[in-house]
Design a protein around this ligand. Sequence first.
Ligand SMILES: Nc1ncnc2c1ncn2[C@@H]1O[C@H](COP(=O)(O)OP(=O)(O)OP(=O)(O)O)[C@@H](O)[C@H]1O
Length: 274
Amino acid sequence: MAIEFRSVSKRFADGTLAVDDFSLVMPAHKTTVLVGSSGCGKTTLLRMINRLVEPTSGVIAIDDEPISGRDPVKLRRGIGYVLQNAGLLPHFTVIDNIATVPVLSGVARKTAHERALELMDVVGLDRSLAERYPSQLSGGQQQRVGVARGLAVDPNILLMDEPFGAVDPIVRKELQTETLRLQRELDKTIVFVTHDVDEAFLLGDQVVILQEGAHIAQVGTPDEIIENPASDFVASFIGAEKGARALRRKETPRGAVVVDESGRTQGVLVEDAS
Ligand SMILES: Nc1ncnc2c1ncn2[C@@H]1O[C@H](COP(=O)(O)OP(=O)(O)OP(=O)(O)O)[C@@H](O)[C@H]1O
């Protein structure tokens, strides 16, 4: 399902203009990553898709149908939502956390539990954890429960708001790899919010770099943005000329290799076969 923003603005009651005239198509079955520094409006954009925040003006449409005409509760049941810190209910077991929304929507408890166990397999959680409480899980396991819960309603659209922001770098890498696998297997329309450029380039089919007021600094594939940053702001934001992305050619007796900023060899430069 494609999501389209047409000239959408959001001004909060205190006068803050969080989103200023934002237009974008988020294509079906692709992952769109919204990336930008704190306060630029990423979460506000995301929460307008499931109507947790209402736009002040403009139209948001899913498959060409404006969502303003949809019942918000029904709309939300077709959209998975995964939050930082997983947003789990502390007094519910893992399986009940995953099954909550289907049960609320009228699915029989037994059916919802069977499905929840399958989803634990999907996100790589051992079924033996089903009866634990969130506090008895590691941060990475909690995030996996959060993802399973987001998938429990079998949504066409999955919204992920900094889902891996609170876990350590190694677990974060694992979860990112899992997300890539899920993208391939489940084929959902995913909107992913992060302030981590590397995460954006790893997961995004379409990456949207935002400035304050959700102004689009650049939108494109990771390749397009890295190869041709639209402005000095984008170049500096993505660190185009430093860190892991600043690669140099180095000649060795056996041919050319590629080295990073600190001079570590990252790979061998091979001639293009074509
Ligand atoms: N309910 C609210 N009332 C007033 N201002 C708000 C409200 N929610 C968000 N804002 C403001 O709107 C702007 C955008 O906030 P938003 O949470 O969308 O940013 P963000 O890019 O997701 O930031 P972060 O990465 O820190 O989560 C900020 O200036 C924020 O303070």
